[in-house]
Design a protein around this ligand. Sequence first.
Ligand SMILES: [Zn+2]
Length: 120
Amino acid sequence: MSHYQDPEPDGDADLPCAFCAIISGEAAAQIIAETEDVLCFLDHLPATYGHVLVIPKQHFNDLTDIPDTAFRSVMDTAKRIANAMLDSCSASGINLVHATGKSAHQTVFHFFLGQFRYVS
Ligand SMILES: [Zn+2]
């Protein structure tokens, strides 16, 4: 799916997908890890220090349309990032957060996991 197609059914059809723009290199991001099909980068408005977003490189709107293989790839990468945070970044705890739908506070309509590390 082109990143210039708005995946949000009730959104602004003229807005490009911000995450697809990062994947294509059109938008800047602090990329911390990358696989063949997953990209991890720091959130530009971090809720905590080291707030990471983990996304599939292919556009899927949310949990309802991401295929199992892509979902597993995202989760596998999130697990590797969590282990790295715990082993090398002084993290004592990790949250994984996902939102599907506006009422759940999904803000970018490209499937993503928010990953937060905590230091005690
Ligand atoms: Zn996208």
